[in-house]
Write a protein that binds this ligand. Structure first.
Ligand SMILES: C[S@@+](CC[C@H](N)C(=O)[O-])C[C@H]1O[C@@H](n2cnc3c(N)ncnc32)[C@H](O)[C@@H]1O
Length: 239
């Protein structure tokens, strides 16, 4: 749990919707968002479930959440076209993914207009799920619209943050979000997450003084975020 004592007072409220990601993007004005950091419920998660290695993604005592639906591969072009439209002229988008989805969606993001820079590696510092060569890493696809300078040009392309156990299924650590948000946005700017899950990305953005907005279709995600926001003293508006 991050130490929030020094920032809670200044954290702007988080605004969330319970809508499909593409429908939600279609409601947003052109160039109204400075940064998108997101982690879609990609289809290849199903593969891990099918071979029984992804126990945390199943309903279990470890998580009170029912497993959420996946986002179909054939919807990524619409998603990236809309994301490109709502992003400011000079801005970044980060998409968390596994290798299978990353390789599939890279050309789709480029087709929508993004410049693909690289896959950043998230090192979870311990082994996790997987059938062959168990996973210690995931990818974060780094995309650019126009040209925006990163805050810290000395940051390596391997980000080390300990995985989270027994949280929201596939929950990513706050520190991972903080690195990406600090690199590609400034206080007062708008940061969006289209598949917010636990809400760690939105909470990190608010703690860093950004205006955090986002959507998730799962009621469990909204309940999880509400509880976290309450604990951290950050106001949350359900729009
Ligand atoms: C991989 S999880 C995100 C986890 C998040 N990164 C975290 O740290 O907790 C993906 C989320 O996408 C949501 N989701 C699935 N399909 C969606 C859709 N069409 N539109 C919006 N959210 C969707 C799921 O409910 C789930 O919470």
């Amino acid at each position: 749990m991050p130490n929030t004592a020094h920032i809670a007072q200044a954290a702007p409220a988080i605004n969330v919707w319970q809508q499909d990601a593409v429908d939600w993007l279609r409601m947003q004005p052109n160039q109204s968002v400075n940064l998108i950091v997101t982690d879609p419920a990609y289809e290849s998660l199903e593969k891990h479930r099918a071979i029984g290695t992804t126990t945390r993604l199943k309903q279990s005592d470890a998580s009170s959440n029912t497993w959420f639906p996946t986002f179909p591969n054939d919807r990524y072009l619409d998603l990236f076209i809309e994301a490109y439209r709502v992003l400011e002229k000079n801005s970044h988008m980060y998409v968390m993914c596994d290798q299978e989805t990353g390789l599939l969606i890279k050309p789709i993001a480029e087709q929508a207009g993004f410049k693909f820079w690289k896959f950043i590696t998230w090192d979870k510092l311990s082994i996790g799920m997987g059938y062959h060569y168990r996973n210690q890493t995931e990818w974060v696809m780094f995309l650019e619209k126009g040209k925006r300078r990163l805050h810290d040009l000395s940051m390596p392309d391997v980000l080390q943050h300990k995985r989270i156990h027994k949280g929201y299924p596939t929950e990513k650590p706050p520190g991972l979000y903080e690195d990406l948000i600090e690199q590609s946005s400034a206080p007062g700017e708008v940061v969006a997450d289209l598949f917010f899950g636990s809400g760690n990305g939105l909470l990190a953005a608010a703690r860093l003084g950004r205006h955090a907005i986002g959507t998730d279709i799962a009621p469990a995600a909204h309940q999880f975020l509400a509880s976290q926001a309450d604990t951290q003293g950050i106001a949350l508006n359900h729009c």
